[in-house]
Write a protein that binds this ligand. Structure first.
Ligand SMILES: *Cc1c(COP(=O)(O)O)cnc(C)c1O
Length: 374
């Protein structure tokens, strides 16, 4: 049964495809004498700003720092409320908590799994300062609707784009719809470094300058500190590797798209919740997530066929021990709680072979718990 495994994501294959160029880039950075900042970082920031259709890009240490510095750059802090999705990776919430503000959870729409825009207005209070949409699984949120709502209520918009490199809304790339957009280059993301990395993009020069200063000890001029910043910078070796990978991002996203289409077509007759793509959305398929009430049985069935699947995410932020003190009771965010019990991420990635996709489909079609449901 367990012969050749189908891995969830093959990061080594991603390196192998670009090995010569990545090795050259890492060596070039190593030999340059610039180990913080400098030309490699400046080049990647310019390239990534251009790619995301934003005026400015500032590299930071990781995605969580990008989110946290984005909030700080907007002066969001103690006593403020920030609207976040109930169904997301916990980093979205952690950034809000890190600046001393309170995350206010809004449930996802049952088709997109992204924040339900129609439910946001009821969550707005006089303390609300910002809306933080997350383009979860690479599916973009309708930023035109979010920005219109934010404008109406005088709120800032901070996007968590950690899973959405290259995604588009009505033909416009994610990168500058909101006031500031936070990115992660964690190795498993669509654009991943050879370690940790992150960035913000924005069209607002003052916000970009503020993030750069905050990530550099709160200092714009060396040894003169305007505020209590942190040390969070994208390093040149990661920037050099990212510049190489950025050139391949569209092609790699197209491969993901092709796999997603194959899954969509082949699975439409099964008793599975499949991803829904609105007509205006161009997702980048960071994850391909199905939903089923027999999730555990399906995962075991696939594991027995040698197919690795993952759960994004098994426990929603409000039910984590880390958020016990917010006292949001189990049952109070039922959509997020149901998704945590039902979602399953199938293998997808730019290096998943067509034969492996077929093996996933064959395992799903034969004897699986979702088949016996129909
Ligand atoms: C990965 C991720 C983050 C955090 O990024 P790191 O670089 O790992 O800190 C934040 N939000 C979402 C939705 C993510 O997927």
């Amino acid at each position: 049964m367990n012969e050749a495994k189908v891995p969830f994501l093959d990061l080594k294959a991603a390196y192998s495809e670009l090995q010569q160029a990545l090795d050259d880039a890492v060596l070039r950075a190593s030999r340059s004498g610039w180990y913080i900042g400098g030309p490699e970082v400046e080049r990647f920031e310019a390239d990534f700003a251009a790619y995301t259709e934003a005026k400015y890009c500032v590299g930071v240490g990781n995605g969580l720092d990008a989110l946290t510095l984005a909030l700080r750059a907007l002066d969001i802090g103690a006593g403020d409320e920030v609207i976040v999705p109930s169904h997301t990776f916990i980093a979205t919430w952690l950034a809000v908590s890190a600046v001393g503000a309170k995350p206010i959870a809004v449930e996802p729409a049952t088709d997109s799994y992204n924040i339900d825009i129609a439910s946001i207005e009821c969550a707005i209070t006089p303390r609300t300062k910002a809306i933080m949409p997350v383009h979860l699984y690479g599916m973009p949120v309708d930023m035109d609707a979010i920005c219109a709502l934010a404008k109406k209520h005088g709120l800032a918009v901070v996007e968590d784009a950690a899973q959405a490199h290259g995604a588009k809304v009505r033909g416009k790339k994610i990168g500058s719809h909101g006031d500031i957009v936070a990115w992660s280059f964690y190795p498993g993301k669509n654009l991943g470094a050879l370690g940790d990395g992150g960035a913000i993009t924005t069209n607002n020069e003052a916000i970009a300058a503020r993030v750069r200063e905050l990530g550099n000890y709160g200092s714009a001029v060396k040894y003169y500190n305007d505020e209590r910043g942190v040390n969070s910078r994208l390093d040149p070796i990661q920037a050099a590797a990212l510049s190489v990978k950025l050139k391949h991002l569209d092609v790699w996203n197209q491969r993901r798209q092709h796999i997603a289409q194959t899954y969509n077509q082949a699975l439409s007759d099964l008793a599975l919740g499949l991803p829904h793509v609105p007509a205006w959305a161009e997702p980048v398929w960071h994850l391909y997530v199905v939903a089923t009430p027999v999730r555990e049985a399906l995962q075991s069935h696939l594991a027995a066929a040698g197919i690795q699947t993952l759960i994004h995410y098994p426990v929603p932020p409000h039910l984590q021990k880390a958020y016990q003190t917010l006292d949001i009771k189990a049952g109070s965010l039922p959509v997020a709680e149901r998704l945590a019990q039902q979602v399953l991420s199938l293998p997808i990635g730019p290096h998943l072979a067509a034969a492996d996709v077929e093996r996933v489909l064959a395992a799903l079609a034969s004897g699986s718990p979702v088949v016996s449901q129909i």
